[in-house]
Design a protein around this ligand. Structure first.
Ligand code: ASP
Length: 327
């Protein structure tokens, strides 16, 4: 067990506020170990969604908790009609319906998810309501939509003119293919650590463009598209969800970190596991992103092109991930 004395991040003022469990562990260990570890808030997300990390950082830097930072951060992308892979403006399924998937997980391993939900612009917030206001983890389809209306969410048309026109064009050939690193796979998965050292995560997507009606990928599946264990760290995924589900990718990465791997090493093992199962197949992209309790981060992908954003007091950067296949 790590023995730590948690102090409030120096950038946030002087009066530290400690949660009860952390204080207890400080007192228990203070005589044995005087090591001081400062908790530095940090947020990371898949791809170059700088507005989302900026929003999440604003919440964290004001002393907000990781769960609020996650929700408010990814909502930026859900609302962005230019982003055709998340929320409003997302590419529709093959029938022309925009169906959204999202999940959220907090420091106490509570989680909530919505799957294949239509007409609601912020699935991450509905997922949070599922987590907080129901005894369930997942709601799907019409049930999720009805629940959202009961909670006061508005019915909105999510299909923008641009996404509609592109779908009509696609219908002329109706060819479904997974295209590496084109905007077709840009789910936002986000992980954050707040001033108390608590971790939360969220993942939200419109899934693969022109998917079969009813198709659900990895993104709203706890353990696949997202997993958080407040003792260890968190992981999230983007890319061809079917491959991530087959190896329960995010759970795998957190468990590898539990066994002592760094976030970088764990993401690399996660991608290699997928590649081994595929026996030479290379026509798909996966990107994994992970963070551990110390705030160390790592990312790894199948093909070059995956990037991830990191925002901490050290700055706001877009990191290019190393890849399993080099060119
Ligand atoms: N992982 C998402 C899915 O399979 C797609 C993506 O990352 O863009 O639905």
């Amino acid at each position: 067990m790590l023995r730590r004395k948690f102090l409030k991040n120096s950038s946030m003022g002087t009066a530290g506020v400690f949660s009860a469990p952390l204080m207890a562990s400080c007192q228990e260990n203070s005589e044995e170990n005087s090591e001081t570890e400062i908790v530095k808030p940090i947020v990371v997300c898949t791809w170059n969604f700088h507005n989302a990390t900026a929003k999440a950082w604003e919440v964290l830097n004001a002393g907000g908790n990781a769960l609020d930072a996650i929700e408010q951060g990814v909502m930026i992308e859900e609302a962005d009609v230019e982003n055709q892979t998340v929320g409003m403006g997302g590419r529709p399924d093959r029938d022309g319906n925009v169906t959204l998937d999202a999940c959220i997980m907090d420091k106490d391993s509570n989680c909530g998810a919505v799957l294949c939900m239509q007409n609601i612009a912020h699935p991450i917030s509905v997922a949070r309501k599922v987590m907080e206001d129901t005894p369930h983890v997942m709601l799907a389809g019409k049930g999720a939509e009805r629940f959202a209306y009961e909670k006061g969410f508005k019915n909105e048309n999510l299909l923008t003119e641009q996404s509609k026109q592109e779908w009509l064009e696609w219908k002329k050939t109706s060819k479904y293919e997974t295209i590496i690193n084109i905007e077709n796979h840009d789910t936002i998965g986000m992980l954050a650590i707040d001033k108390n050292g608590d971790i939360a995560g969220g993942c939200t997507t419109s899934g693969m463009g022109y998917k079969y009606a009813g198709r659900v990928g990895d993104s709203p599946i706890i353990g696949a598209g997202l997993f958080v264990d407040n003792e260890i760290g968190g992981a999230t995924a983007t890319g061809v969800g079917e491959e991530v589900v087959r190896t329960v990718g995010s759970f795998l990465i957190v468990e590898l970190m539990r066994q002592g791997k760094t976030p970088q090493e764990a993401c690399e093992v996660g991608v290699k596991r997928i590649m081994e199962k595929n026996k030479g197949r290379k026509d798909f992209q996966i990107g994994f992103l992970a963070i551990n309790k110390k705030g160390e981060t790592g990312g790894y992908c199948v093909h070059p092109g995956f990037t991830y954003r990191v925002y901490s007091e050290e700055g706001h950067v877009n990191n290019t991930s190393d890849s399993y296949i080099k060119v």
